[in-house]
Design a protein around this ligand. Structure first.
Ligand code: NAD
Length: 484
């Protein structure tokens, strides 16, 4: 039986920074797609607030361009686009100034859900929260959505949490990690807790190790100056990779609900052992044939910021003791690939003679490209000629398996924004989770700073530094291939 989609009440959504890159590429196209799917109430209103010199008509043109550029699979015709544009408005406002806020308040309706999306740089988050309270734009039912990065270390995350909590309760704060909005990530929970098959095997007794890879083929290009202050550890590991690790490693929550799921994720973060320098590799991509290197892109020839990091992580609890989690993420690698691979142990004994190399089953949860789940199993090679074994994937590529039921997989942002309106925080990070993640990450970064050692160079379009391969080789394991 397929559960019905939970309807969304009407809402006023204010997007601070509504003329920025994120609004253009993700937020506005996502809202438009939800409207086309019949999920946005007809009287919902979206108000962009930004410094840009626009009026309502100018912002509607901005949104039309965003849709034309970023929505290729629209179920809407021109009248649908017009309907969406009619729900949009623009308010010129500088967050640091006092003018504009009363007018913005005048645009909000009483008795409807109000949500405020902070799609601006993190240095403005606290100020927006203060102004919203000062000018009385919020009620106890209002929600705020906060973009990444949430701090750059534990101290700044604690300070930011304190600033937001001065004005809002935790149940009103939605910290976005868009990886949690991906269909496959939620499917990881469905697979684990909706089937009796996997959970009994989901432990150190049966799982040899877990690999989590988020690889990109592009470099930092135009974002060099921003990225250089962050690096792969802050930009990817502290949030996205740790969230994936938590969902893979956590105990079954008592129910699928915001606090039950987040309590279990927090326990995983707290169970992570500190990582020794031997178990972490960081790198910087080189240039090639006139292509810029990381140092060229960053604009700082002395930069020690890592564009690649690989780690061996131990989760110190009964379920996972002895089963390492290997994490790696990097830019300018051989391909664009995000996946979690749960590698099960080899069968304890082979009854088959011959060359066949016994290999454990692998469950691969693929986030991109082609979201889907594959289980590698051993079968008999078809035909006569004796008992020969081979490996095949049991494949569940969602687009194929579900056919017309899903014309497309909703983008993570679409789902997450609708969850904000519904008041469901399950797929958002709680304040204590974020702080605990920094607690674990900070000493690793501090170790790099103290040692002064440079990241290792690696060739563009490869698999990262040689030492990252060694991280697994010395344990008798190997990374899964990053495909072009
Ligand atoms: P951007 O620089 O493209 O846009 C910033 C927006 O904020 C603009 O609309 C600008 O007018 C507005 N703004 C800036 N200062 C203002 C002020 N004082 N008063 C009023 N408005 C002001 O930034 P972006 O790329 O859209 O990113 C927004 C946030 O989302 C950032 O926190 C970023 O880290 C995060 N984020 C962005 C992406 C992405 O793909 N762009 C991805 C993940 C997270």
């Amino acid at each position: 039986m397929v559960a019905q989609t939970i309807p969304v009440k009407t809402f006023d959504l204010v997007i601070f920074g509504g003329t920025g890159d994120l609004a253009r590429r993700k937020i506005l196209p996502g809202l438009f797609r939800r409207m086309c799917a019949g999920q946005m109430p007809a009287d919902a209103r979206i108000i962009a607030a930004a410094r840009s010199d626009l009026d309502d008509a100018g912002f509607r043109q901005f949104a039309r361009d965003a849709i034309t550029e970023h929505v290729k699979d629209s179920q809407c015709d021109e009248s649908g686009i017009e309907r969406f544009l009619a729900s949009l408005a623009f308010e010129h406002l500088d967050i640091f100034e006092d003018s504009g806020w009363k007018k913005l308040k005048g645009r909000l309706r009483e008795g409807v859900v109000s949500a405020f999306y902070f799609s601006v740089g993190p240095s403005l988050f606290g100020e927006i929260a203060r102004k919203l309270t000062k000018f009385g734009l919020t009620t106890d039912d209002s929600r705020i959505v906060v973009e990444k990065p949430f701090g750059r270390d534990k101290a700044s995350a604690v300070a930011l949490n304190a600033e937001l909590k001065n004005c809002f309760d935790e149940h009103q704060i939605y910290r976005i990690d868009h990886y949690l909005g991906k269909e496959t990530v939620q499917n990881l929970m469905a697979i684990r807790f909706g089937n009796a098959l996997f959970e009994p095997l989901w432990n150190a007794q049966h799982v040899d190790h877990v690999q989590i890879t988020v690889a990109e083929s592009i470099g930092v290009d135009g974002r060099g100056a921003y990225y250089n202050k962050s690096g792969a550890m802050r930009d990817m590991v502290q949030n996205h990779l740790m969230q994936l690790l938590c969902l893979t490693a956590m105990e079954p929550p008592s129910k699928y609900g915001a606090d039950s799921v987040r309590d279990e994720k927090l326990k995983v973060i707290k169970a992570l052992e500190p990582v020794s320098t031997l178990n972490v590799v960081r790198g910087q991509y080189l240039g090639d044939d006139g292509e810029a290197s990381y140092l060229d892109h960053s604009g700082d020839p002395q930069s020690r910021t890592e564009s690649f990091v690989a780690l061996k992580v131990n989760v110190a609890n009964w379920r996972w003791a002895g089963t390492p989690f290997y994490l790696r993420t990097g830019k300018r690698l051989r391909g664009r690939m995000s996946e979690i691979a749960v590698v099960f142990k080899d069968p304890p004994h082979s009854i088959f003679e011959g060359e066949f190399d016994r290999r454990g089953n692998v469950l691969v949860i693929r986030l991109q490209p082609d979201e889907g789940i594959t289980l590698r199993v051993t079968i008999k090679e078809p035909g006569p000629g004796g008992m020969r074994l081979t490996e095949v994937p049991l494949d569940m590529t969602f687009a194929e398996a579900l056919g017309d039921k899903i014309a497309y997989l909703p983008d993570a942002y679409e789902r997450l924004i609708m969850d904000v309106i519904r008041g469901d925080q399950t797929l958002f990070m709680r304040g204590d989770e974020v702080e605990a993640a920094w607690d674990w990450v900070d000493p690793i970064i501090a170790g790099w700073t103290e040692s002064g050692v440079r990241p290792l160079p690696y060739d563009p379009l490869g698999s990262g530094p040689e030492d990252s391969l060694m991280l697994l080789h010395r344990d008798g394991r190997r990374w899964r291939e990053i495909k072009p």
